[in-house]
Design a protein around this ligand. Structure first.
Ligand code: MG
Length: 511
Protein backbone atom coordinates (compact mmCIF):
# COMPACT_ATOMS: atom_id res chain seq x y z
CA UNK A 1 0.00 0.00 0.00
CA UNK A 2 2.74 2.34 1.05
CA UNK A 3 4.60 1.34 -2.05
CA UNK A 4 1.60 2.09 -4.28
CA UNK A 5 1.15 5.50 -2.67
CA UNK A 6 4.79 6.20 -3.24
CA UNK A 7 4.54 5.11 -6.85
CA UNK A 8 1.43 7.20 -7.38
CA UNK A 9 3.15 10.16 -5.74
CA UNK A 10 6.25 9.66 -7.88
CA UNK A 11 4.12 9.34 -11.01
CA UNK A 12 2.35 12.59 -10.38
CA UNK A 13 5.65 14.34 -9.65
CA UNK A 14 7.08 12.92 -12.88
CA UNK A 15 3.95 13.92 -14.74
CA UNK A 16 4.25 17.45 -13.48
CA UNK A 17 7.95 17.49 -14.32
CA UNK A 18 7.05 16.36 -17.82
CA UNK A 19 4.45 19.11 -18.11
CA UNK A 20 6.95 21.69 -16.91
CA UNK A 21 9.55 20.30 -19.30
CA UNK A 22 7.11 20.38 -22.22
CA UNK A 23 6.10 23.90 -21.36
CA UNK A 24 9.75 24.89 -21.14
CA UNK A 25 10.59 23.26 -24.44
CA UNK A 26 7.52 24.78 -26.03
CA UNK A 27 8.37 28.22 -24.70
CA UNK A 28 11.99 27.91 -25.77
CA UNK A 29 11.01 26.59 -29.16
CA UNK A 30 8.41 29.26 -29.79
CA UNK A 31 10.16 32.35 -28.48
CA UNK A 32 12.48 34.21 -30.80
CA UNK A 33 16.14 33.32 -30.29
CA UNK A 34 18.62 35.62 -28.60
CA UNK A 35 21.70 36.69 -30.52
CA UNK A 36 25.19 37.44 -29.29
CA UNK A 37 27.57 38.75 -31.92
CA UNK A 38 31.23 38.77 -30.91
CA UNK A 39 33.63 40.66 -33.16
CA UNK A 40 37.37 40.70 -32.45
CA UNK A 41 39.63 43.39 -33.87
CA UNK A 42 42.62 42.83 -36.16
CA UNK A 43 42.56 39.13 -35.41
CA UNK A 44 44.06 36.78 -37.97
CA UNK A 45 42.94 33.44 -39.33
CA UNK A 46 45.63 31.72 -37.27
CA UNK A 47 45.20 33.47 -33.93
CA UNK A 48 42.79 31.23 -32.02
CA UNK A 49 43.72 27.96 -30.38
CA UNK A 50 40.88 26.26 -32.27
CA UNK A 51 42.31 27.58 -35.55
CA UNK A 52 45.74 26.16 -34.80
CA UNK A 53 47.68 28.74 -32.81
CA UNK A 54 50.03 26.85 -30.50
CA UNK A 55 50.20 29.31 -27.59
CA UNK A 56 46.97 31.34 -27.63
CA UNK A 57 44.80 30.80 -24.57
CA UNK A 58 41.26 30.78 -25.93
CA UNK A 59 39.61 28.04 -23.92
CA UNK A 60 36.09 29.48 -24.10
CA UNK A 61 36.19 30.25 -27.81
CA UNK A 62 37.70 26.81 -28.32
CA UNK A 63 34.74 25.30 -26.45
CA UNK A 64 32.33 27.20 -28.69
CA UNK A 65 34.19 25.83 -31.71
CA UNK A 66 34.21 22.29 -30.34
CA UNK A 67 30.49 22.40 -29.55
CA UNK A 68 29.49 24.48 -32.57
CA UNK A 69 30.29 25.08 -36.21
CA UNK A 70 33.73 26.27 -37.24
CA UNK A 71 34.00 28.06 -40.59
CA UNK A 72 37.12 27.66 -42.72
CA UNK A 73 36.02 29.96 -45.57
CA UNK A 74 34.48 32.96 -43.86
CA UNK A 75 35.13 36.44 -45.24
CA UNK A 76 34.70 40.03 -44.22
CA UNK A 77 34.20 42.64 -46.91
CA UNK A 78 37.17 44.82 -46.13
CA UNK A 79 40.63 44.51 -44.65
CA UNK A 80 39.98 47.53 -42.39
CA UNK A 81 37.94 48.37 -39.29
CA UNK A 82 35.19 50.85 -40.19
CA UNK A 83 34.17 49.44 -43.58
CA UNK A 84 34.13 45.89 -42.27
CA UNK A 85 31.86 46.96 -39.38
CA UNK A 86 29.51 48.80 -41.71
CA UNK A 87 29.06 45.63 -43.77
CA UNK A 88 28.58 43.43 -40.71
CA UNK A 89 25.80 45.58 -39.31
CA UNK A 90 23.99 46.34 -42.57
CA UNK A 91 24.51 43.22 -44.71
CA UNK A 92 25.74 45.53 -47.48
CA UNK A 93 29.11 46.24 -49.02
CA UNK A 94 30.71 49.32 -47.49
CA UNK A 95 30.72 51.01 -50.89
CA UNK A 96 26.92 51.32 -50.66
CA UNK A 97 26.94 52.94 -47.20
CA UNK A 98 29.91 55.18 -48.03
CA UNK A 99 32.21 53.94 -45.26
CA UNK A 100 35.41 54.66 -47.19
CA UNK A 101 38.17 55.56 -47.75
CA UNK A 102 40.08 54.18 -44.80
CA UNK A 103 38.59 54.38 -41.33
CA UNK A 104 36.75 57.08 -39.40
CA UNK A 105 38.55 59.40 -36.96
CA UNK A 106 37.48 60.85 -33.58
CA UNK A 107 36.60 64.11 -35.29
CA UNK A 108 35.08 62.70 -38.50
CA UNK A 109 32.13 64.64 -39.85
CA UNK A 110 30.70 61.47 -41.34
CA UNK A 111 29.44 58.16 -40.00
CA UNK A 112 27.22 55.24 -40.92
CA UNK A 113 24.30 57.04 -42.58
CA UNK A 114 21.20 56.94 -40.41
CA UNK A 115 19.10 55.62 -43.26
CA UNK A 116 21.16 52.42 -43.25
CA UNK A 117 19.35 49.61 -41.41
CA UNK A 118 21.42 47.78 -38.83
CA UNK A 119 20.85 44.32 -37.34
CA UNK A 120 19.62 46.06 -34.17
CA UNK A 121 17.05 48.00 -36.20
CA UNK A 122 15.89 44.82 -37.91
CA UNK A 123 15.27 43.15 -34.54
CA UNK A 124 13.84 46.11 -32.59
CA UNK A 125 10.32 45.95 -34.12
CA UNK A 126 10.03 42.36 -32.88
CA UNK A 127 10.46 43.49 -29.29
CA UNK A 128 14.15 42.73 -28.93
CA UNK A 129 16.21 44.34 -26.22
CA UNK A 130 19.39 45.54 -27.95
CA UNK A 131 22.75 46.55 -26.54
CA UNK A 132 26.26 47.08 -27.68
CA UNK A 133 29.54 47.29 -25.82
CA UNK A 134 32.99 47.97 -27.21
CA UNK A 135 34.36 49.52 -30.36
CA UNK A 136 31.82 51.19 -32.62
CA UNK A 137 33.99 52.94 -35.22
CA UNK A 138 31.07 54.03 -37.37
CA UNK A 139 31.15 57.68 -36.42
CA UNK A 140 30.36 59.99 -33.54
CA UNK A 141 29.41 63.25 -35.25
CA UNK A 142 27.85 66.41 -33.91
CA UNK A 143 26.04 65.74 -30.61
CA UNK A 144 26.51 62.01 -31.07
CA UNK A 145 24.60 61.88 -34.37
CA UNK A 146 26.16 58.56 -35.38
CA UNK A 147 26.47 56.74 -32.06
CA UNK A 148 25.03 53.22 -31.66
CA UNK A 149 22.03 54.61 -29.75
CA UNK A 150 20.99 56.29 -33.02
CA UNK A 151 21.30 53.02 -34.91
CA UNK A 152 18.94 50.72 -33.04
CA UNK A 153 20.85 49.97 -29.84
CA UNK A 154 18.91 50.64 -26.62
CA UNK A 155 22.11 50.95 -24.65
CA UNK A 156 25.82 51.30 -25.29
CA UNK A 157 29.01 51.19 -23.29
CA UNK A 158 32.28 51.65 -25.08
CA UNK A 159 34.89 53.55 -26.98
CA UNK A 160 33.37 54.82 -30.21
CA UNK A 161 36.53 54.23 -32.31
CA UNK A 162 39.92 52.50 -32.18
CA UNK A 163 41.73 52.85 -28.90
CA UNK A 164 44.97 53.88 -30.62
CA UNK A 165 43.15 56.98 -31.92
CA UNK A 166 44.31 58.94 -28.92
CA UNK A 167 47.55 59.84 -27.16
CA UNK A 168 49.55 56.78 -26.24
CA UNK A 169 50.32 57.77 -22.68
CA UNK A 170 47.13 56.34 -21.29
CA UNK A 171 47.04 53.22 -23.37
CA UNK A 172 49.81 50.71 -23.16
CA UNK A 173 52.17 51.56 -20.34
CA UNK A 174 50.56 49.30 -17.80
CA UNK A 175 51.07 47.22 -15.92
CA UNK A 176 54.31 49.12 -15.32
CA UNK A 177 56.46 46.29 -16.58
CA UNK A 178 54.77 46.31 -20.00
CA UNK A 179 56.50 48.80 -22.26
CA UNK A 180 54.76 50.97 -24.81
CA UNK A 181 55.40 49.77 -28.33
CA UNK A 182 55.19 52.13 -31.28
CA UNK A 183 53.02 55.20 -31.48
CA UNK A 184 49.39 56.14 -31.19
CA UNK A 185 47.64 59.20 -32.56
CA UNK A 186 48.73 62.53 -31.13
CA UNK A 187 47.03 65.89 -31.15
CA UNK A 188 43.58 64.44 -30.49
CA UNK A 189 41.56 63.97 -27.31
CA UNK A 190 42.34 61.12 -24.97
CA UNK A 191 40.20 58.05 -25.52
CA UNK A 192 36.73 58.39 -23.95
CA UNK A 193 34.39 55.78 -22.49
CA UNK A 194 30.81 56.50 -23.49
CA UNK A 195 27.69 55.19 -21.80
CA UNK A 196 24.74 55.59 -24.15
CA UNK A 197 25.60 59.11 -25.37
CA UNK A 198 27.48 60.49 -22.36
CA UNK A 199 31.20 60.43 -21.66
CA UNK A 200 31.64 58.72 -18.30
CA UNK A 201 35.43 58.49 -18.30
CA UNK A 202 38.20 60.29 -20.18
CA UNK A 203 40.76 58.91 -20.50
CA UNK A 204 39.52 55.35 -20.30
CA UNK A 205 40.82 53.13 -17.54
CA UNK A 206 42.02 50.28 -19.71
CA UNK A 207 42.96 48.13 -16.75
CA UNK A 208 39.32 47.78 -15.73
CA UNK A 209 37.61 48.17 -19.08
CA UNK A 210 37.06 44.51 -19.83
CA UNK A 211 35.58 43.92 -16.38
CA UNK A 212 33.18 46.81 -16.99
CA UNK A 213 32.11 45.18 -20.27
CA UNK A 214 31.61 41.85 -18.61
CA UNK A 215 29.38 43.40 -15.94
CA UNK A 216 27.46 45.35 -18.59
CA UNK A 217 26.82 42.13 -20.56
CA UNK A 218 25.71 40.20 -17.50
CA UNK A 219 23.33 42.94 -16.38
CA UNK A 220 21.90 43.29 -19.89
CA UNK A 221 21.26 39.55 -20.28
CA UNK A 222 19.72 39.24 -16.80
CA UNK A 223 17.47 42.26 -17.33
CA UNK A 224 16.30 40.97 -20.70
CA UNK A 225 15.51 37.53 -19.29
CA UNK A 226 13.70 39.03 -16.29
CA UNK A 227 11.58 41.16 -18.60
CA UNK A 228 10.93 38.19 -20.86
CA UNK A 229 12.43 40.02 -23.82
CA UNK A 230 14.52 38.38 -26.54
CA UNK A 231 17.84 40.15 -26.83
CA UNK A 232 20.66 41.05 -29.17
CA UNK A 233 24.07 41.83 -27.71
CA UNK A 234 26.77 43.09 -30.06
CA UNK A 235 30.26 43.00 -28.62
CA UNK A 236 32.94 44.31 -30.97
CA UNK A 237 35.99 44.02 -28.74
CA UNK A 238 39.01 46.31 -28.73
CA UNK A 239 41.05 43.15 -28.44
CA UNK A 240 43.31 42.30 -30.18
CA UNK A 241 43.97 45.64 -31.94
CA UNK A 242 47.24 47.38 -31.26
CA UNK A 243 48.25 48.66 -28.68
CA UNK A 244 47.32 45.58 -26.73
CA UNK A 245 46.21 45.95 -23.15
CA UNK A 246 44.88 43.63 -20.50
CA UNK A 247 43.59 43.95 -16.95
CA UNK A 248 45.00 42.11 -13.96
CA UNK A 249 43.23 38.83 -14.82
CA UNK A 250 45.16 38.41 -18.07
CA UNK A 251 48.17 40.76 -18.12
CA UNK A 252 51.33 38.70 -18.18
CA UNK A 253 49.33 35.47 -17.97
CA UNK A 254 49.69 34.06 -21.48
CA UNK A 255 52.72 32.49 -23.08
CA UNK A 256 52.22 34.68 -26.11
CA UNK A 257 53.01 38.07 -24.60
CA UNK A 258 50.82 41.20 -24.85
CA UNK A 259 48.84 39.99 -27.86
CA UNK A 260 48.12 36.70 -26.12
CA UNK A 261 47.15 38.51 -22.91
CA UNK A 262 44.67 40.73 -24.78
CA UNK A 263 43.16 37.71 -26.52
CA UNK A 264 42.97 35.86 -23.23
CA UNK A 265 41.07 38.77 -21.67
CA UNK A 266 38.56 38.74 -24.52
CA UNK A 267 38.19 34.99 -24.08
CA UNK A 268 37.49 35.43 -20.37
CA UNK A 269 34.60 37.75 -21.22
CA UNK A 270 33.25 35.13 -23.62
CA UNK A 271 33.39 32.64 -20.75
CA UNK A 272 31.51 35.01 -18.47
CA UNK A 273 28.82 35.63 -21.06
CA UNK A 274 28.39 31.86 -21.43
CA UNK A 275 28.15 31.52 -17.68
CA UNK A 276 25.39 34.16 -17.52
CA UNK A 277 23.48 32.48 -20.34
CA UNK A 278 23.60 29.19 -18.45
CA UNK A 279 22.62 30.75 -15.13
CA UNK A 280 19.66 32.54 -16.62
CA UNK A 281 18.53 29.41 -18.45
CA UNK A 282 18.65 30.85 -21.97
CA UNK A 283 21.72 29.11 -23.38
CA UNK A 284 19.57 26.75 -25.45
CA UNK A 285 17.79 29.67 -27.06
CA UNK A 286 20.82 31.81 -27.89
CA UNK A 287 22.87 31.85 -31.06
CA UNK A 288 26.43 33.04 -30.44
CA UNK A 289 28.44 34.08 -33.48
CA UNK A 290 32.12 34.95 -33.34
CA UNK A 291 34.36 36.46 -36.01
CA UNK A 292 36.69 39.44 -36.48
CA UNK A 293 36.79 42.60 -38.57
CA UNK A 294 40.00 42.16 -40.54
CA UNK A 295 43.30 40.34 -40.60
CA UNK A 296 46.37 40.91 -38.48
CA UNK A 297 48.36 44.13 -38.44
CA UNK A 298 51.66 42.55 -39.34
CA UNK A 299 53.34 45.95 -39.01
CA UNK A 300 53.33 45.28 -35.25
CA UNK A 301 55.33 42.08 -35.69
CA UNK A 302 54.77 39.64 -32.82
CA UNK A 303 52.16 42.01 -31.39
CA UNK A 304 50.27 42.09 -34.62
CA UNK A 305 48.40 38.83 -34.84
CA UNK A 306 48.82 35.86 -37.12
CA UNK A 307 47.16 35.01 -40.42
CA UNK A 308 48.10 31.32 -40.19
CA UNK A 309 48.63 29.92 -43.68
CA UNK A 310 47.02 32.98 -45.33
CA UNK A 311 49.03 35.51 -47.34
CA UNK A 312 49.69 39.01 -45.94
CA UNK A 313 47.32 40.70 -43.50
CA UNK A 314 45.49 43.90 -42.68
CA UNK A 315 44.82 46.45 -45.42
CA UNK A 316 45.46 43.98 -48.25
CA UNK A 317 42.99 41.96 -50.30
CA UNK A 318 45.10 38.84 -50.01
CA UNK A 319 43.51 36.12 -47.90
CA UNK A 320 45.29 37.24 -44.73
CA UNK A 321 43.47 40.55 -44.80
CA UNK A 322 39.94 39.28 -45.33
CA UNK A 323 39.56 35.61 -44.39
CA UNK A 324 38.68 35.34 -40.71
CA UNK A 325 38.09 32.68 -38.13
CA UNK A 326 34.37 32.27 -37.48
CA UNK A 327 32.34 30.15 -35.08
CA UNK A 328 28.58 29.67 -34.73
CA UNK A 329 27.38 28.14 -31.49
CA UNK A 330 23.84 27.31 -30.49
CA UNK A 331 23.56 24.64 -27.82
CA UNK A 332 21.18 21.91 -28.92
CA UNK A 333 20.53 23.45 -32.32
CA UNK A 334 23.83 23.64 -34.19
CA UNK A 335 25.67 20.34 -34.47
CA UNK A 336 29.39 20.36 -33.78
CA UNK A 337 31.43 20.35 -36.95
CA UNK A 338 33.44 22.20 -39.53
CA UNK A 339 32.10 23.82 -42.66
CA UNK A 340 34.02 24.71 -45.79
CA UNK A 341 31.08 26.56 -47.29
CA UNK A 342 31.65 30.13 -48.45
CA UNK A 343 30.15 32.59 -45.97
CA UNK A 344 30.55 36.21 -44.98
CA UNK A 345 29.89 38.81 -42.33
CA UNK A 346 27.38 40.14 -44.88
CA UNK A 347 25.25 37.07 -44.22
CA UNK A 348 24.72 37.65 -40.51
CA UNK A 349 21.95 40.24 -40.84
CA UNK A 350 19.80 38.15 -43.21
CA UNK A 351 20.39 35.05 -41.07
CA UNK A 352 19.47 36.70 -37.78
CA UNK A 353 16.43 38.28 -39.46
CA UNK A 354 15.26 34.91 -40.77
CA UNK A 355 15.77 33.15 -37.42
CA UNK A 356 13.94 35.91 -35.55
CA UNK A 357 11.13 36.02 -38.08
CA UNK A 358 11.87 39.61 -39.06
CA UNK A 359 11.40 40.83 -42.62
CA UNK A 360 14.71 41.84 -44.21
CA UNK A 361 15.15 45.59 -44.77
CA UNK A 362 13.82 46.91 -48.06
CA UNK A 363 17.23 47.81 -49.47
CA UNK A 364 19.75 46.16 -51.75
CA UNK A 365 21.22 43.48 -49.53
CA UNK A 366 24.51 41.78 -50.37
CA UNK A 367 24.14 39.19 -47.63
CA UNK A 368 22.29 35.89 -47.92
CA UNK A 369 20.62 33.74 -45.28
CA UNK A 370 23.18 31.16 -44.17
CA UNK A 371 20.93 29.19 -41.83
CA UNK A 372 21.20 26.11 -44.05
CA UNK A 373 24.93 26.08 -43.38
CA UNK A 374 24.38 26.54 -39.64
CA UNK A 375 21.98 23.62 -39.43
CA UNK A 376 23.82 21.56 -42.04
CA UNK A 377 20.76 21.42 -44.24
CA UNK A 378 22.44 22.28 -47.50
CA UNK A 379 25.08 24.25 -49.33
CA UNK A 380 25.72 27.95 -49.08
CA UNK A 381 23.59 30.31 -51.13
CA UNK A 382 26.71 32.43 -51.49
CA UNK A 383 28.50 31.93 -54.79
CA UNK A 384 31.03 34.72 -54.62
CA UNK A 385 32.70 37.47 -52.62
CA UNK A 386 34.04 40.73 -53.97
CA UNK A 387 36.90 42.61 -52.39
CA UNK A 388 37.65 46.30 -52.63
CA UNK A 389 40.74 48.01 -51.29
CA UNK A 390 40.40 50.45 -48.38
CA UNK A 391 40.13 53.30 -50.87
CA UNK A 392 37.61 51.87 -53.35
CA UNK A 393 36.80 53.71 -56.54
CA UNK A 394 34.24 53.12 -59.25
CA UNK A 395 36.95 53.53 -61.87
CA UNK A 396 39.18 50.72 -60.57
CA UNK A 397 36.40 48.58 -59.13
CA UNK A 398 36.97 45.38 -57.21
CA UNK A 399 40.51 44.22 -56.58
CA UNK A 400 39.69 40.56 -56.14
CA UNK A 401 36.87 38.06 -56.49
CA UNK A 402 36.31 34.69 -54.92
CA UNK A 403 34.03 32.29 -56.79
CA UNK A 404 33.76 28.74 -55.51
CA UNK A 405 37.26 27.53 -54.81
CA UNK A 406 38.87 30.08 -57.11
CA UNK A 407 40.11 33.56 -56.39
CA UNK A 408 41.10 36.07 -59.04
CA UNK A 409 43.19 39.15 -58.35
CA UNK A 410 42.55 41.94 -60.84
CA UNK A 411 44.68 44.29 -58.79
CA UNK A 412 47.06 43.76 -55.90
CA UNK A 413 48.76 46.17 -53.55
CA UNK A 414 50.81 45.85 -50.36
CA UNK A 415 50.36 48.04 -47.29
CA UNK A 416 52.41 49.43 -44.46
CA UNK A 417 49.98 47.58 -42.19
CA UNK A 418 51.24 44.28 -43.60
CA UNK A 419 54.92 45.13 -43.89
CA UNK A 420 57.59 43.24 -41.88
CA UNK A 421 57.03 39.66 -43.07
CA UNK A 422 59.41 38.17 -45.65
CA UNK A 423 56.76 38.26 -48.39
CA UNK A 424 57.48 41.42 -50.38
CA UNK A 425 54.00 41.37 -51.98
CA UNK A 426 52.55 42.39 -48.62
CA UNK A 427 54.73 45.41 -48.09
CA UNK A 428 54.06 49.10 -48.53
CA UNK A 429 56.68 49.02 -51.29
CA UNK A 430 54.42 46.81 -53.46
CA UNK A 431 52.41 49.41 -55.42
CA UNK A 432 49.00 48.94 -56.97
CA UNK A 433 49.49 46.53 -59.84
CA UNK A 434 46.93 45.54 -62.42
CA UNK A 435 46.88 41.92 -63.54
CA UNK A 436 45.60 41.25 -67.01
CA UNK A 437 44.93 38.38 -67.25
CA UNK A 438 44.12 38.22 -63.54
CA UNK A 439 46.14 36.09 -61.16
CA UNK A 440 44.04 33.02 -60.47
CA UNK A 441 44.42 30.72 -57.46
CA UNK A 442 42.75 27.50 -56.41
CA UNK A 443 42.25 28.25 -52.72
CA UNK A 444 41.36 24.69 -51.83
CA UNK A 445 44.69 23.41 -53.14
CA UNK A 446 46.63 26.58 -52.37
CA UNK A 447 45.08 28.71 -49.61
CA UNK A 448 48.31 30.68 -49.27
CA UNK A 449 47.99 32.08 -52.82
CA UNK A 450 51.50 30.97 -53.71
CA UNK A 451 50.99 29.39 -57.13
CA UNK A 452 48.86 31.15 -59.70
CA UNK A 453 47.30 28.80 -62.21
CA UNK A 454 48.81 28.99 -65.65
CA UNK A 455 46.52 28.46 -68.65
CA UNK A 456 49.10 26.11 -70.17
CA UNK A 457 48.98 23.69 -67.25
CA UNK A 458 45.34 24.28 -66.28
CA UNK A 459 43.04 24.35 -69.30
CA UNK A 460 40.04 25.33 -67.13
CA UNK A 461 41.60 28.72 -66.37
CA UNK A 462 40.17 30.51 -69.41
CA UNK A 463 36.62 29.29 -68.72
CA UNK A 464 36.82 30.12 -65.01
CA UNK A 465 38.18 33.60 -65.68
CA UNK A 466 35.47 34.26 -68.25
CA UNK A 467 32.77 33.29 -65.76
CA UNK A 468 34.39 35.46 -63.10
CA UNK A 469 34.62 38.38 -65.45
CA UNK A 470 30.86 38.17 -66.04
CA UNK A 471 30.23 38.07 -62.30
CA UNK A 472 32.49 41.05 -61.78
CA UNK A 473 30.91 43.03 -64.60
CA UNK A 474 27.38 42.33 -63.31
CA UNK A 475 28.33 43.20 -59.75
CA UNK A 476 30.01 46.44 -60.71
CA UNK A 477 27.13 47.44 -62.94
CA UNK A 478 24.77 47.00 -59.98
CA UNK A 479 26.96 48.74 -57.42
CA UNK A 480 25.85 52.23 -56.44
CA UNK A 481 28.50 54.02 -54.42
CA UNK A 482 27.17 55.98 -51.44
CA UNK A 483 28.52 59.38 -50.49
CA UNK A 484 32.03 58.91 -49.10
CA UNK A 485 31.78 59.48 -45.35
CA UNK A 486 35.55 59.61 -44.97
CA UNK A 487 35.55 62.22 -47.72
CA UNK A 488 33.55 64.59 -45.51
CA UNK A 489 36.73 65.24 -43.56
CA UNK A 490 37.31 65.93 -39.90
CA UNK A 491 36.64 68.77 -37.48
CA UNK A 492 38.57 68.85 -34.17
CA UNK A 493 35.49 70.40 -32.51
CA UNK A 494 33.67 67.08 -33.05
CA UNK A 495 36.16 65.06 -31.00
CA UNK A 496 34.37 63.77 -27.89
CA UNK A 497 35.34 65.95 -24.90
CA UNK A 498 34.01 65.46 -21.38
CA UNK A 499 34.51 69.17 -20.67
CA UNK A 500 33.41 70.78 -23.93
CA UNK A 501 34.13 74.39 -22.97
CA UNK A 502 37.64 73.78 -21.64
CA UNK A 503 40.91 75.06 -23.09
CA UNK A 504 43.42 74.30 -24.40
CA UNK A 505 42.13 71.34 -26.35
CA UNK A 506 42.70 68.50 -26.80
CA UNK A 507 44.72 68.14 -23.58
CA UNK A 508 42.07 69.63 -21.29
CA UNK A 509 39.52 66.94 -22.19
CA UNK A 510 40.18 65.00 -19.01
CA UNK A 511 37.67 64.41 -16.28
MG1 MG B 1 40.31 46.16 -37.19
Amino acid sequence: MACTTLNTGMSSVLAWLAVILCLTVYCVGSSPPNFILLFADDLGFGDLGCFGHPTSVTQHLDKLAAGGLRFTDFYVTSPGCSPSRASLLTGRYQTRSGIFPGVLSPGSRGGLPLNETTIAEVLKPLGYNTAMMGKWHLGVGLNGTYLPTRQGFDSYLGIPYSHDQGPCHNLTCFPPDVKCFGFCDRGVVTVPLIHNENIVQQPVDFLNLETAYSKFASKFIRNSVQKGQPFFLYYPSHHTHYPQFAGPRAAGKSRRGPFGDALMELDLTVGEILHTLKETGVLNNTLIFFTADNGPELLRMSRGGNAGPMKCGKATTYEGGIREPAIAYWHGRISPGVTHELASSLDILPTFAMLAGAPPPKVTLDGVDMSKILFQQGPSKRESMFFYPLDPSEKIGVYALRMGKYKAHYYTRGSIKSSTTPDQDCHETAPQKQHDPPLLFDLEADPSENYSLSPQEHPEVAIVLKHMQHLRDDFQASMVFGESQGGRGTDPALEPCCNPSCTPKPDCCTC
